[in-house]
Ligand binder design. Structure first.
Ligand SMILES: *[C@@H]1O[C@H](CO)[C@@H](O)[C@H](O)[C@H]1NC(C)=O
Ligand SMILES: *[C@@H]1O[C@H](CO)[C@@H](O)[C@H](O)[C@H]1NC(C)=O
Length: 410
């Protein structure tokens, strides 16, 4: 969260540089830092309330029309931000070093920012989405500026300090409080309100509810950072399949919404969630690069890959723990084991095998398709594993954001 504040301060500092200090008139001897600090302190109210003659803007309250925060996992836009507190700044130190021509200014103050925000993404692996009001208050913000300068003459022939730039550091000594309204778009209630709640022991109900939640879940839940899964983006990756290195790129897996749950149960003593289900139809399309052997046949090429499966049966057993956050209990899946089998059929196709040599290419594709059941075991495993991992991650996101009382009948 500190990073958001950092970005805000940056926006603030930029405004500060542009507007506040085009010229600073010094009436103390430059080595008298006590006098300088007192002078600056006297100037704080004037500087922060704007000096029309110097074309400085009002700094307190400071208005920032727009700022965009772009952090690793988070995009946040701030609109119409009002930052208050600079007029209470207490100047701790000013040193003017005439040899290196640098001014050091240190002050502290409490700052608050009120703004409209709109955010998408996550912070520290927690989803963070919403659109509303943000209030951020920071106590005892310590700021330190380092400003190189030149001495030049102003229009009246007076020597003035002409600031050339600004570097700054800051530190929040006390604490920062963040309040965001409408986080998760106000979705504080049950996410799948149309899905029946079940007791842990009612396996029939659990199966029904999992089935009912499935299409809602595969559509994605943006407010929880859960991506759409009915066309799942397969992360680019190289798979080691026995003797074959297969790299997939720009691949998409379709068909998860044809999943049918066959069994769902929970063992509350061992803390395991058992699920078995089958995917009626699924297919994957993408780019591939392959080199090595599959069974005994050589395989080499790079082009398009297309896989089609009918009736993939899966069993996923997941351990879970109960966690307490803010006095609410959460059911958090932890690790899982899985098993799968392609029951009805599999079809494999790759373009540009052996640089387009049709004879070799047909031989390999015929082999793959005639031996689909065995090939699926080897060929399919890492790919299905990868998908299971991605889906599991999303399931964890869902459970981590929904107290058990919203999911189960207790
Ligand atoms: C899940 O647990 C059931 C019951 O203990 C077991 O029959 C099945 O093989 C397990 N599946 C996996 C993938 O571990
Ligand atoms: C693979 O796809 C190509 C292009 O769509 C098609 O011409 C070819 O018949 C397919 N081969 C197999 C084995 O499905």
């Amino acid at each position: 969260m500190g990073a958001i504040f950092c970005a805000l301060l940056l926006a603030m500092q930029l405004t500060f540089i542009q507007s506040a200090i085009p010229r600073v008139y010094i009436k103390c001897s430059v080595w008298d830092s006590g006098c300088l600090a007192r002078q600056a302190q006297i100037k704080v109210p004037a500087l922060t309330s704007g000096i029309p003659e110097l074309f400085t803007e009002i700094l307190d309250p400071m208005l920032v029309n727009f700022a965009r925060v772009n952090l690793a996992g988070l995009k946040m836009d701030l609109n119409n931000a009002v930052i208050q507190g600079l007029k209470n700044a207490v100047i701790d130190r000013i040193n003017i070093d005439t040899a290196s021509r640098q001014i050091q200014l240190v002050y502290h103050t409490d700052l608050t920012m009120k703004s409209r925000y709109s955010a998408q993404g996550s912070i520290l692996n927690l989803p963070f989405n919403g659109d509303g009001e943000a209030v951020i208050s920071a106590k005892k913000v310590h700021m330190e500026y380092l400003m190189p300068f030149d001495i030049s003459k102003d229009a009246f022939g007076r020597d003035v300090i002409d600031l050339k730039g600004l570097q700054y550091w800051f530190d929040v000594k006390d604490n920062v409080r963040f309040d965001f309204t409408n986080l998760f778009y106000g979705n504080k209630g049950q996410i799948f309100s149309s899905v029946e709640k079940c007791s842990y022991t009612d396996f029939k109900c659990l199966k029904r509810s999992f089935q009912k939640a499935l299409p809602l879940f595969t559509e994605g839940i943006p407010e929880l950072g859960i991506e759409r899964m009915d066309e799942l983006v397969v992360h680019d990756k190289t798979y080691k399949l026995g003797g074959l290195d297969l790299t997939l790129k720009d691949a998409r897996l379709k068909g998860l919404k044809t999943t049918v749950f066959d069994h769902v149960s929970i063992d509350t003593n061992k803390k395991v969630l058992f699920t078995s289900y089958h995917i009626e139809k699924c297919s994957m399309k993408g780019k591939y690069e392959g080199v090595g052997t599959i069974k005994v046949l050589p395989l080499r090429g790079s082009g398009e890959i297309f896989l089609k499966f009918r009736n993939v049966a899966l069993s996923v057993n997941s351990t879970y723990v109960m966690e307490n956050k803010n006095n609410k209990e959460y059911f958090i899946p932890k690790s899982y084991t899985f098993d799968y089998e392609v029951k009805d059929s599999a079809h494999f196709n790759m373009t540009n095998l052996f640089s387009g040599n049709e004879e070799l290419s047909n031989a390999v594709l015929t082999f793959l398709n005639e031996n689909w059941r065995e090939v699926s075991k080897e060929f399919g495993k890492p790919i299905i594993e990868e998908q299971t991992r991605q889906i599991f991650k999303n399931v964890v996101k869902y459970f981590s954001n929904s107290p058990v009382t919203e999911i189960f009948l207790l």
